[in-house]
Design a protein around this ligand. Structure first.
Ligand code: MN
Ligand code: MN
Length: 466
């Protein structure tokens, strides 16, 4: 008996045993997590595209006293500023008591999500149906995007250069759109195809109409009717689609999941969950010691390319300009900075247990996940944080009593994925991946735990503190 007690005490001392956050957190913090996620769910519904996420973040930031950054201006400690990169990415900062003299504390999340983009010339008519062709954005399992109500979001730039915002399918009473699937009765061939080929990219055509403009007119009258409706509502013609960014996204709203309402189900939680957590942490970072920076980046799902993605120099330019106004060198500031690459990771799913190494995956409800590395095929594309950086972060979270866990994505060589970490590391910044564990990643409807969302917010706030 005594031996067992000794062994148990020793186990407690020596074993790494992450526990359910509910076993660790006081009731008040669990209630705080639930109420935090109410705001989060409102954000998800209002921000289904990168542009909308920027707009929503700006509304929250301005309400909290943030002002537009003017290059060349000196900002004293306590200043709250933002730089809007083309309406699709955002950098926000709270100038610390020490300014940038000892580097910045940067957290970066992405606000783009997998979706179906309309092709440049999308609209066509076939057999009295009007359809729109799509080119998927990011990594998707194509079959998941059929028979799901879709909404259309985006912007069209007209012949005269004027931009018109399009949002259809979100308001009550709005029509929605859908990609059809073949009836099961005739699917003998489709069902034999590998899952990756049962629905192909060129099959992802969105149904947008079925009534003719004039039933006596032969030839493309349904398409004409759709174009006429669009012309009446937005003043656009078919050529305007060639200078447009129109994204079909799931029309469903965010909701609680489970009898116990412990989880959030919604589209686009990769990575708007970390974007929201990082943004709220920055808004709540009262007078940090070092300048706190939050980056909401675009284009992560297609490799962080483009001038609104993290492969672009916009963050380095922002830091360099801010450094210059304090009489500092941008590169020195970056070299002295710490960053969190705040992105989701896979949560263990017992239904697909064999995809994971159960001793090295993260679990729902065990708190924010510190990921030393991401990547695929032998850590390719990973930043692979040093033991020292992970050690610093781990100590901070433990000292603050924040629930966290370690973990990597899944079984080695089964697949993998990257984050923005390597682009931040390329600026000579110390960076580590950290974020929320997620079920059904990249599906039209993803699931997170409310306690993990809140742990992530708390962890980023803690990171900003000193
Ligand atoms: Mn992501
Ligand atoms: Mn992703």
């Amino acid at each position: 008996m005594e031996n067992k007690t000794t062994a148990e005490a020793l186990k407690e001392k020596l074993f790494y045993t992450p526990v359910h956050a509910a076993a660790k957190l006081p009731a008040a913090e669990i209630a705080a997590a639930d109420s935090f996620c109410e705001g989060y769910m409102r954000f998800l519904d209002a921000a289904k595209t990168e542009r909308e996420a920027v707009n929503e973040a700006l509304l929250l930031a301005r309400a909290n006293g943030f002002c537009r950054y003017e290059p060349g201006t000196y900002y004293p400690p306590g200043s709250k500023i933002y730089y809007n990169n083309r309406g699709k990415a955002l950098v926000l900062a709270v100038v610390g008591r020490r300014g940038l003299s000892e580097g910045a504390k940067i957290s970066a999340a992405h606000i783009d999500s997998p979706r179906l983009d309309l092709k440049p010339s999308p609209l066509y008519e076939d057999s009295d149906l009007a359809l729109m062709k799509t080119h998927y954005y990011g990594g998707i399992k194509k079959y998941q995007w059929t028979t799901v109500p879709l909404a259309l979001h985006g912007v069209m730039v007209k012949r005269d250069g004027a931009a018109v915002t399009v949002t259809v399918g979100e308001d009550d009473g709005d029509p929605k759109f859908v990609v059809t699937d073949l009836l099961v009765h005739l699917s003998a061939e489709q069902m034999k195809a590998p899952l990756s080929e049962g629905v192909k990219a060129e099959d992802l055509n969105i149904l947008v109409g079925s009534r003719p403009f004039d039933s006596t007119e032969a030839g493309q009258s349904v398409k004409l009717n759709i174009l006429n409706l669009l012309y009446e509502k937005y003043g656009v013609t078919e050529e305007d689609f060639l200078s447009a960014e129109l994204e079909a996204v799931p029309a469903a709203k965010a909701c609680d999941i489970g009898f116990d309402r412990s989880m959030v189900g919604a589209y686009g939680q990769d990575d708007r969950v970390c974007a929201y957590a990082a943004l709220m942490a920055l808004l709540d970072a009262e007078e940090p010691e070092n300048t706190a920076v939050c980056v909401l980046a675009d284009k992560e799902e297609i490799g962080s390319e483009g001038n609104t993605g993290m492969a672009s120099d916009f963050l380095a330019y922002f830091i360099a300009d801010l450094a210059k106004s304090e009489g500092l060198e941008g590169r020195t500031v970056l070299s002295g900075s710490d960053a969190l690459s705040a992105d989701v990771t896979s949560a263990f799913d017992p239904t697909y247990a064999t995809a994971f190494d159960k001793t090295n995956v993260s679990f729902l409800n065990r708190g924010v996940v510190i990921k030393k590395y991401t990547g695929a095929r032998g850590k390719s594309s990973a930043s692979d944080a040093s033991a020292e950086i992970v050690g610093r972060l781990r100590k901070r979270l433990n000292d603050a009593g924040i629930c966290w866990q370690g973990g990597e994505m899944g079984r080695v060589d089964l697949g993998g994925g990257g984050t923005v970490a390597k682009f931040i590391a390329a600026l000579d910044v110390d960076v580590v991946d950290m974020g929320v564990p997620l079920l059904s990643m990249h599906a039209p409807f993803e699931v997170v735990s409310k306690l993990d969302v809140y742990s992530t917010y708390r962890a980023i706030l803690e990171f900003y503190k000193d």
